[in-house]
Write a protein that binds this ligand. Structure first.
Ligand SMILES: Cc1cc2nc3c(=O)[nH]c(=O)nc-3n(C[C@H](O)[C@H](O)[C@H](O)COP(=O)(O)OP(=O)(O)OC[C@H]3O[C@@H](n4cnc5c(N)ncnc54)[C@H](O)[C@@H]3O)c2cc1C
Length: 543
């Protein structure tokens, strides 16, 4: 007789790893974790600045080709836009910038009040963050202690980074010690999930703890193809293990934690989706659910690099003797520029949102990437040898809706992804305001005395029309897609507020895809909190 699993978790990413630890904590439930990628045990995954070495490596990343040109008037079928996501144990938390950003409590209150996600609010999500965190500054009303994820606000500090913070203060932003400690306009050093100089991914924290238990099995190199149903009850999962087909039987529940791109694709391949769309893709229908893969929202980002005319940045730490010294320091003491994420300084502010809510996030780093071409204007794997400053701006409250859909029954069928960026007047106005605010930031005192020429796109791009055209072609997806399996209280929601997939039994979704609205910040900590709260709901339902 084949083994009957109590829980099968698809995807060992930010949310999936937390799920695995929580669902197995009783020591009895048989938990199977299936991950399409590998172990992610390379030195470059644990080294915080190692991310530049991982970009474009298929063993660590999914690369999604978006077949829709940025310029709606263009005739070509796409302009080579690629969205990346993490693959392998830890998922995107194994390749991300490690910025530990919770979002604001009011974001989650809107999940409950506006999306009908009963029980998901500022209070319940704050509680989840407190449980996850092991904050270096010790416990506090907004800081957890004793959790598995080290949260460290003491990132690499150098004089230029101080000047970056002062420039924010000069523009009226409140300087704070902990960007997660309050809401509204603020500037300060980012906290990172880094422990003793090593990336504290969901795999190194929650999955590592789960794996010590005999009731947990983790398999890598397993691509979930489709959920198997008896009527509308899930009874198993078909997958390919290192390319060969295999079925896993499930007596309990299947948790889909494959991320905002893959979770809707797995549901569609399993027959859960819009009836007409599934028929066109040749997939037999199990449950009609029109919003699967629809209404997805992303953050949009732009990097503007500037030459540094006075003062020292960190570019020289990535070349020749500077790089050798930085690596030596890292290996001997576990600190320095290599031991922190890509950006040290962060700021939150309003640039265009009509109700004055925070709608933009800035990331500042004392280095520049090389200037690339139109397709890749700021290549993330190539550092500029000359000194510079980069401001990376992100729009947090966009209204244009993207989509991701299966085009056939197999995981090998390339998905159809539409970004639909900048299709609303709100988003176009926000983009122009963002660029103007980013430029104003680096031209504020005292940075203005140090920063020279704007390298990309160049100060000559000035009119609203030119800025919008530039933003359309040079901005990139914010790596924070959500809502492709949206949670809500309405019948068209893909999952209900207990994360149960509507229309079937025995399947839940727990990852970024369920988030009904964006949070004011990044999505790793929120995804882990979704895993934690989701597991709690499942254990409550089990009784
Ligand atoms: C380059 C980059 C930088 C980022 N920087 C930050 C940052 O600094 N701070 C921050 O908070 N957020 C950051 N983010 C965003 C954040 O990391 C993600 O939003 C978050 O990790 C997503 O969590 P998730 O659980 O939804 O999915 P993921 O963590 O992406 O996990 C999904 C997992 O499912 C697996 N999978 C998918 N399909 C299948 C299948 N069919 N079968 C088996 N396994 C499957 C994938 O391989 C993956 O491991 C960044 C993201 C990227 C890509």
């Amino acid at each position: 007789m084949t083994k009957q699993w109590d829980y099968i978790i698809v995807g060992a990413g930010s949310a999936g790893c937390v799920m695995a630890e929580r669902l197995s904590a009783d020591g009895k439930s048989q938990v199977l974790v299936l991950e399409a990628g590998g172990e992610n045990d390379s030195f470059w995954v644990t080294l915080p600045k190692g991310v530049a070495k991982l970009v474009k490596k298929p063993q660590h990343m999914w690369a999604y080709h978006v077949a829709q040109p940025r310029d709606p008037r263009a005739n070509d079928p796409g302009d080579g836009e690629v969205w990346i996501r993490g693959k392998g144990l830890g998922g995107s938390s194994s390749i991300n910038g490690m910025i530990w950003s919770r979002g604001e409590p009011a974001d989650y209150d809107a999940w409950e009040a506006e999306a009908g996600a009963t029980g998901w609010n500022g209070a319940s999500m704050t509680q989840a963050f407190l449980e996850l965190e092991d904050h270096a500054a010790g416990p506090g009303p907004m800081r957890g202690s004793g959790g598995l994820v080290r949260v460290d606000p003491a990132c690499f500090k150098y004089p230029l980074a101080e000047r970056m913070i002062e420039a924010g203060e000069a523009q009226g932003l409140a300087r704070v010690d902990d960007l997660n400690g309050r809401s509204g306009p603020r500037v300060g050093y980012y906290s990172h999930n880094i422990r003793k100089g090593k990336r504290d991914s969901s795999a190194r924290t929650y999955l590592a703890a789960a794996r010590k238990r005999p009731n947990v099995t983790v398999m890598t190199g397993v691509m979930a193809q489709r959920i198997v149903f008896a009527g509308t009850r899930a009874v198993g999962l078909d997958a390919t293990v290192d390319g060969k087909p295999r079925r896993f039987d499930c007596a309990g529940e299947i948790v889909v934690s494959a991320g905002a791109m893959e979770s809707p694709l797995l549901l569609e391949r399993s027959g859960i989706g819009d009836a007409g769309r599934l028929e066109a893709a040749g997939i037999p229908l199990v449950a009609h659910s029109p919003d699967v893969g629809e209404k997805m929202i992303e953050h949009l980002s732009l990097s503007i690099p500037f030459r540094l005319d006075h003062g020292k940045g960190t570019n020289r730490s990535f070349f020749g003797i500077g790089a050798a010294l930085a690596m030596l320091r890292y290996l001997l003491r576990g600190n320095g520029v290599l031991a922190t994420g890509p950006f040290e300084v962060g700021a939150f502010r309003n640039v265009a949102h009509p109700d004055g809510r925070t709608d933009a996030q800035f990331y500042l780093g004392g280095y520049t990437f090389k200037v690339g071409d139109d397709k890749d204007p700021v290549p993330l794997d190539k550092i500029d040898p000359k000194p510079g400053v980069t401001i990376y701006g992100q729009l947090l409250r966009l209204t244009s809706e993207s989509s991701v859909h299966a085009t056939g029954p197999g995981a090998e069928d390339a998905p159809d992804i539409r970004h639909n960026f900048l299709t609303t007047e709100h988003d176009r106005r926000s983009a122009i305001a963002l660029v103007r605010a980013m430029r104003a930031y680096v031209r504020a005192a005292p940075l203005n005395r140090m920063v020279g020429r704007e390298l990309v796109p160049g100060a000559e791009v000035e009119s609203d029309e030119d800025i919008l055209a530039m933003f359309r072609s040079l901005s990139s997806c914010g790596l924070h897609a959500i809502r492709s399996c949206r949670m809500g209280g309405d019948p068209d929601a893909v999952v209900d507020p207990r994360l149960r997939v509507n229309g079937v039994q025995g399947v839940r979704v727990a990852d970024c895809s369920i988030m009904p609205w964006h949070v004011t910040g990044n999505t790793n900590a929120p995804a882990m909190a979704v895993g934690l709260r989701g597991a709690k709901l499942m254990l409550e339902d089990r009784g």
